[in-house]
Design a protein around this ligand. Structure first.
Ligand SMILES: Nc1ncnc2c1ncn2[C@@H]1O[C@H](COP(=O)(O)OP(=O)(O)O)[C@@H](O)[C@H]1O
Ligand SMILES: [Mg+2]
Length: 345
């Protein structure tokens, strides 16, 4: 593993700049507290969770909603494996990107009930990754509540979500939600401060023997912000292309494809609509307050407020202390600008 590897980090030695978060999360797990990791895409939630599990040397199961749409069957399938759960060894070679359990429903000739499997299991940490995309959210809530109440001693859950507003019943359960009343810790994972991003680039370049200058790191930080996923992708491209300018260009190109795919996926889930792009477009001109945006977009108060709410819940925009809104990811901003041919500021 190396800093510029694009798979989520699972070895704590390559988890950069998250010392405090790693300590906090490991302590919670030790105390058997359930944790929700909140933060935008590519901020390093999966990496942090996997590193914490490995640091503690506990059995871990990773259920990624993007590869395992059904939570319950995914869990059954993972628990039914002969070795019961996967242990992500710090030095283990992990094929491809997500180390999530592949769900193979056909294997395991005698299907066992979840209850039996839960009873039989040893202490296990389950990473429920990107919870908002699991099917049947109510069922997910109920199952989580059940495990929380009856198997708390054995099972600790780490739940992550990028577009967490979509899974509000878990993050902010109301009285009608099955997991209402259970204590679940929330941890917000933030962007790296500029200096950390710069140090990360320097360290990664050193590790790969790539030419490094402060100017390069400043430029990359300015373009990609403190988003570990984009910085890692840049580092990866730089180590392939060896020319930093090309690497930045290639990173933006790949990022646009990734972002386009995610936006398409949202439309498939009927979340987000073309009209919300008008708000994003307006925000490419710089951060703005509600009134300014209303003028800029021509939406009425209710419509605008709904659009802002959705975009915020999806993690695409953020509101700062003086209540102005801004796009949270510079590459998303660049993408919107390019897609709509809006003039550069
Ligand atoms: N603290 C970190 N140190 C090094 N690389 C990181 C760190 N956090 C994230 N990354 C890298 O950034 C990318 C996105 O990380 P990931 O954990 O998948 O984020 P998320 O789960 O929030 O979408 C991956 O390539 C990962 O290797
Ligand atoms: Mg993730």
């Amino acid at each position: 593993m190396a800093l510029f590897d694009t798979a989520p980090k699972s070895d704590p030695r390559f988890l950069y700049g998250r010392g405090k978060e790693l300590k906090a999360l490991s302590d919670y797990i030790k105390e058997k507290e359930w944790v929700i990791l909140l933060g935008p895409r590519r901020i390093g939630k999966t990496s942090l969770a996997e590193c914490a599990i490995n640091k503690l040397g506990l059995n871990g199961i990773v259920l990624d909603s993007r590869t395992t749409n059904e939570f319950e069957r995914g869990l059954v399938s993972a628990l039914a494996r002969p070795d019961s759960s996967i242990h992500i060894g710090a030095n283990a070679k992990i094929p491809n990107t997500p180390i999530g359990v592949e769900v193979d429903y056909t294997r395991g000739s005698k299907p066992q009930g979840l209850e039996t499997l839960l009873n039989r299991a040893k202490r296990t940490v389950v990473l429920l990754d990107e919870v908002q995309w699991f099917g049947n959210p109510r069922r997910v809530d109920m199952l989580l509540a059940h495990i929380y109440d009856y198997y708390h001693d054995k099972f600790t859950f780490i739940i992550t979500g990028s577009a967490v507003g979509v899974a509000r019943t878990i993050v902010d359960p109301g009285p009608r939600s099955a997991i209402y009343g259970r204590a679940i810790r929330k941890m917000e994972i933030a962007k790296w401060a500029p200096q950390i991003s710069i140090d990360f680039i320097r360290e990664g370049c050193r590790e790969k023997g790539l030419p490094y200058t402060d100017e390069l790191a400043f430029e990359v930080e300015k373009r990609l912000d403190g988003i570990p996923g984009w910085l890692t992708l840049f580092g990866f491209n730089y180590s392939q292309a060896k020319v930093s300018g090309n690497a930045l260009k290639r990173t933006a190109g790949e990022a646009f494809k990734i972002i386009a795919g995610e936006l398409e996926n949202l439309e498939k889930h009927s979340i987000g609509s073309e009209r919300q792009f008008a708000v994003l477009e307006a925000l490419t001109k710089g951060q703005q307050r509600f009134n300014e945006l209303r003028e800029e977009t021509g939406f009425n108060d209710v419509t605008l407020s709904n659009h802002l709410d959705t975009l915020e819940r999806l993690g695409y925009i953020a509101k700062d202390k003086d209540r102005s809104y801004a796009i949270s990811d510079p590459l998303l901003e660049a993408y919107i600008r390019e897609r709509h041919g809006a003039p550069k500021p």
